[in-house]
Design a protein. Sequence first.
Length: 631
Amino acid sequence: MFCPKCGTNIDGVAKYCPKCGNDLSEYLDDRSIAETTDESDEPPYIEGEETDNSSHIVKPKRKKRRKRKAKHRILTRVLIGTAIIAVAILGVFVCTKVIRSLFSGNEYYVVLSDDKYEITKNPKKDANIELSSAQIEHNSDAYVRFSPDKKYVYFYTKVKEDNTGTLCRAEISKLKKNSSKNDKYIETIDSKVHVGFKFFRNGSLVYKKSGRSLYFYDGEESVLLDRNVDEVETDHESRLVYCVEQDSDYSTPYRFDIYGVDIKDVDNKIKIASDAHEIRKIDDFDNIFFEKCDNDYTPSLYTAGFNKETVKIADNASYVDSWGDIVIYSKETGELDPFDYIIDDAPEDIYYDSIRYEIRESEPPKLLTLFKYVDGESTVIEENVVNSIDSRCGLLCYQTEDMVEGKLDIDEYEELWNLFRCDYSKATYILTSNPDNKLELSAKAADDLFGAEDTNWPIFFSINKNIYFINNNELWSATVKEGEITGTVAVADGVYSVGHDDSSLYYISGQGNSNYGDVCRITDGEATRIAQDVMVYDYTLYEDGSIIGYTDINSYSDDFCGDIALFDSNGEKQSVGTDVTDYVRKKPTEILFISEGNLYSFDGKEKEQLQNNVDRVWCSKTMKKNDTISY
């Protein structure tokens, strides 16, 4: 380097100039950088070019180096700052997403307290936000519902005896505790609305008003769809089907038109069918089955749909049952002569002549042919079926003309219909969900099983290819061999309530007229008791096979209340609460219940009091009930 004072060339690193003694310590850092940095791109210093030593090239080189260093520092700071901003933006975005996710995933609770609706995100903190006065006389699960995305809560107020009220909704996330602005986020949708509207998956809904007017609400405004509407069904996605009653003078059969609407184009309703008398199958909107009747009430069977023109399946035909895509129907193909089944040894006189006239003028027993209808084709199942077909619980039971036994004396002609009913003490044909496989209950087996003296009709069930029946409050499992029911195995006695889903049979057995009984389940032939000594008409079965039921009713209370218990799918019992008036099961290990006006939670081990003065509670998330059970 050169001494900035005298210009002497100095080799190596020196703290002082060897000629003039100038202090060089402040330049040591620059010399270190110069010696460790490639400077080949800088012009060489030529001695004698500069006459002013004070403006020696060393200064510009030092200044240039410092400027470059400053540039490095600025660039580094810019890069670091940019990175920090980017991370901050990303952090805000991620945090916002997380917060939104957490917020949208929050569970909400509505409680009814002093006839007021209040909402909270955490009932433990008792930080309730008042929604509205309720003005309701009775409590119902349908009075409060949450939108599918849990953004809104819908509730009814001023519910009257005709089960109509004012339908309101509130935007949950914008409600604040003790805020005067809450009213702007609570809106009235309509008045005189029937309790029980239907949601679509996107949060829009349809509802009926008194006067049977049907409306669609898209979240902003209500649109009148039609008037004089009876039945309404939705596919929960975007389509609905409804029936509009035709004007009638009551001298002709009840008739209605069937309409369909896709909410994506709510102004474009289509008429699916006209002059229908009764809808028979509507689980598939593209294949709706219904009957029409002429003025003599003779039915004909039709099918139609959103994407299918009306097709007549058969004249003089009635829907019987369906198993999936298979529809069973019967068609009148003949008549029986009632005098073939009456012993007439009576004399010719006014009295017996009047009986004979009445028999001739009465409607004769019909002969039917059973058909199955699949993919637009009808196939005969059975001919010469007498006009009493018992269809229930996944089975179809009937008898043919050749199975009708016995005759009646003319004085007993009024009991003639008994000869043609489905008499299980005699030979009977039974169809399961596969109508091509017909089971026969032979006359001998029927007599062995039920006896000729039995007056009760058994109830048959078909569950997972197993046949069960109840007779005289006894449950039996049928023994089937080569298409014939040949015997039975006793399962339980004292059975007085039965239901089923696709895989299991449920029954309640008890003693006499007791209000309490045991709930049992049969799956694949194996019986399990899943609840013991519960109130037989006040228990809830959940999809995981567990049950919550009342085990003791407080008969001294003015309100319906009692002790409730939780039974797991294996029947293990766990007491939950006493004097309970209402309960909601949020998850397998969390139950909310109200006892003596206080709200409690039960976590599977112990209970905790959450709030006081609560009459009812609704939750945005609850365990799914087994709604397929039908009693």
